[in-house]
Unconditional design. Structure first.
Lengths: 79, 92
């Protein structure tokens, strides 16, 4: 079985602080319009190995972005 | 060499890769490298699927060949809990 995927590089999910090399940093928008959304066009970079992709819900490290919000059901213990 | 759960897990993971690369290819139809990886994954998945079905029976009620007698009526079916492998404790 040939290894066609590379291990994760960079820090997906942290790209706002450390721009991952796999995410195009398209900072210049020409003729920008109001009320339009602009999304960087994905470029193929590395892929997770299949089992890792299944666990993380994506094959693309740069799209791995787990929700780490507060647990709404959490109640601090009272003493 | 393979046990059933391990084989099913590998196959599920490859099928998941194929679906995710399919979504990418829908918007990047001219990405030769991605297409190449997609084709390699689909080929590997097909190999594992036929190996699995030969050893453990049909994964589909149609599309799969069956030994005699008709194997599909055997429990467990793919949607039964006991049929499936567990990633418990392995989620990220």
């Amino acid at each position: 079985m040939t290894e066609i995927w590379a291990e994760e590089r960079g820090m997906p999910g942290m790209y706002s602080m450390h721009p991952a090399p796999c995410i195009p940093q398209e900072t210049v928008l020409r003729n920008v319009r109001l009320a339009r959304a602009y999304v960087p066009f994905q470029k193929l970079c590395s892929l997770y190995p299949p089992i890792e992709a299944l666990k993380r819900g994506t094959a693309f490290p740069e799209l791995y972005s787990p929700y780490r919000g507060v647990d709404k059901n959490y109640r601090p213990p009272r003493d | 060499m393979h046990n059933r759960n391990e084989l099913l897990k590998q196959l599920t993971a490859l099928d998941f890769m194929a679906v995710d690369l399919q979504l990418y290819l829908d918007t990047h139809p001219n990405d030769r490298e991605a297409l190449c990886k997609y084709n390699a994954i689909v080929t590997q998945a097909a190999m594992l699927r036929s190996m699995y079905e030969r050893l453990y029976g049909p994964l589909y009620s149609f599309r799969s060949c069956s030994q005699y007698p008709w194997q599909w009526i055997n429990n467990p079916w793919p949607w039964n809990y006991s049929f499936n492998f567990s990633l418990a404790g392995e989620e990220r």
